[in-house]
Ligand binder design. Structure first.
Ligand code: GLU
Length: 451
């Protein structure tokens, strides 16, 4: 089987030639062979994106295998005591996608449906994201399968601390540095930092990023991903000759990424016509008063019931008329089922993996450009890198310095992606991946194979 088989939607099953060993040609996405437990639909999606870029680069099979499979993973089952005295067993993961670039970096996701395969896909995307941004990290991702909304603060603390203790053999300030992701925030990062520091006997702020500023976190980390999405929009607008105040935006997701992106777009005069959360969307074709929406959410937690807007279903909001759609919620939101109905002119991905490869093809045929996730949402990990540097240096930067460095770094990544897209004659996602993969494969080749 040739390596391009990775692009097929259904790869015929083929028994591994050597038990426990695999080559690129033997990779399969349609089931979970023994010894390849990281497979999942999301991992298959990450592999298909990778294969497309690897084909463009004519990457050799040996490197495909080395770069596709998650290099090191930890799966743990651990008990935690609930407030009512009951003991519940939780499953935690940490996947480190490549060790070729230096320490690994990526968030901790707490979600009820989290699995090994999701972490493996997200870890791979972190590798490409870090590489594209020029950060000295490989990618990682982890978390705990649990429902943070159903847990008290005390239960969350016990789960986070115990999970941290389970991770001790594979994390450290120069080994693997976690950060927030879905379902976690600076509160969990403070517990992570404290638990790790208690275990080694002294404070190690560089072991985690996204910490509260009072504990050595950096100014600007909280807003970095959402702000980075807006910087990407500004770069695209500059290239396209569009004007932000004359444009309309639909933002899916009102968490840390979506709410900041909506706020910053509104502050720049953009018309945000719809936003959504897990309960549904609210829309106003004349533009939502985003500061009022933020106050509403502060008080009521959900968007539901906001007075100056119409309720819309989560699916319908993606198909609303707008210039720019910003999916900033979950993966696999734009698929072959809705891609031909989108009415936007540009998609800027705040979430990781919101567009499937089949949808990518439809959007491209329809002339809708995509600013891909590994570029558009890299603001978070870029400022995480700034935090890590500050923690190592024991020296804090000013807010303006953080913001300007973020803007410069994202701008040069944007220019690199557009340059590669034109040079290779491919879409932005393939160009971004090709640029990222080139850098990582070069490092992997130079480090060679030991022994
Ligand atoms: N979880 C974020 C992401 O997906 C940030 C990771 C980090 O800051 O290390 O990019």
């Amino acid at each position: 089987m040739s390596s391009t088989a990775l692009e097929d939607d259904s790869v015929p099953g083929q028994a591994a030639a050597r038990p426990g060993g695999r080559t690129a040609g033997e990779a399969r996405f349609d089931d979970v062979p023994l010894g390849e437990e990281w497979h999942s639909p999301l991992y298959a999606m990450a592999c298909r994106q990778f294969a497309r870029a690897a084909d463009v680069l004519a990457l050799e099979d040996e490197l495909r295998t080395r770069l596709l499979e998650p290099r090191r993973s930890l799966v743990c089952n651990f008990p935690a005591r609930m407030d009512n005295g009951e003991v519940i067993n939780y499953t935690g993961y940490r996947v480190q996608h490549t060790l070729a670039m230096g320490p690994t970096k990526g968030g901790l996701r707490f979600a009820p449906d989290l699995g090994f395969g999701e972490c493996a896909a997200l870890a791979m995307w972190m590798t490409w994201k870090c590489s594209l941004a020029g950060l000295p990290f490989g990618g990682a991702k982890g978390g705990v399968r649990c429902d943070p909304h159903a847990l008290s603060a005390g239960e969350m603390e016990r789960i986070t601390r115990r999970y941290t203790a389970e991770l001790l053999p594979i994390v450290g300030p120069d080994m693997d540095i976690p950060a927030p992701d879905m379902g976690t925030s600076e509160r969990e990062m403070a517990w992570f930092y404290d638990t790790y520091s208690q275990s080694v006997g002294y404070s190690v702020p560089a072991v985690v990023t996204g910490k509260p500023v009072a504990l050595g976190g950096t100014i600007g980390r909280h807003d970095a991903t959402g702000l980075g999405v807006v910087f990407s929009i500004e770069s695209a607008f500059e290239e396209l000759g569009w004007s932000l105040p004359e444009s309309s935006f639909v933002v899916q997701g009102f968490g840390n990424v979506g709410s900041v992106a909506a706020r910053e777009l509104h502050a720049r005069g953009g018309k945000v016509v719809a936003v959504s959360d897990i309960r549904g969307a609210i829309a106003n074709p004349h533009g939502l008063d985003i500061p009022a929406v933020l106050r509403w959410v502060d008080e009521h937690y959900y968007l539901e019931g906001f007075p100056d807007a119409e309720p819309v279903s989560g699916e319908a909001m993606l198909e609303l008329d707008c210039d720019v759609l910003v999916p900033a919620a979950r993966e696999e939101q734009i698929t072959e089922r809705n891609a031909d109905r989108l009415k936007c002119k540009l998609v800027v991905e705040g979430a990781n993996g919101p567009t499937t490869p089949a949808a990518d093809r439809i959007l491209s045929d329809r002339g809708i450009s995509v600013v891909p996730d590994i570029l558009a949402n890299s603001g978070g990990v870029i400022v995480s890198y700034f935090e890590w540097v500050q923690s190592h240096q024991k020296y804090s930067w000013q807010a303006l310095e953080v913001q300007e460095r973020l803007r410069t770094q994202m701008r040069s990544a944007y220019d690199r992606v557009r340059g590669a897209a034109v040079e290779l004659g491919v879409d932005n996602r393939t160009a971004a991946l090709a640029s990222a993969i080139t850098h990582v494969s070069e490092a992997a080749k130079l480090r060679a194979i030991y022994p």
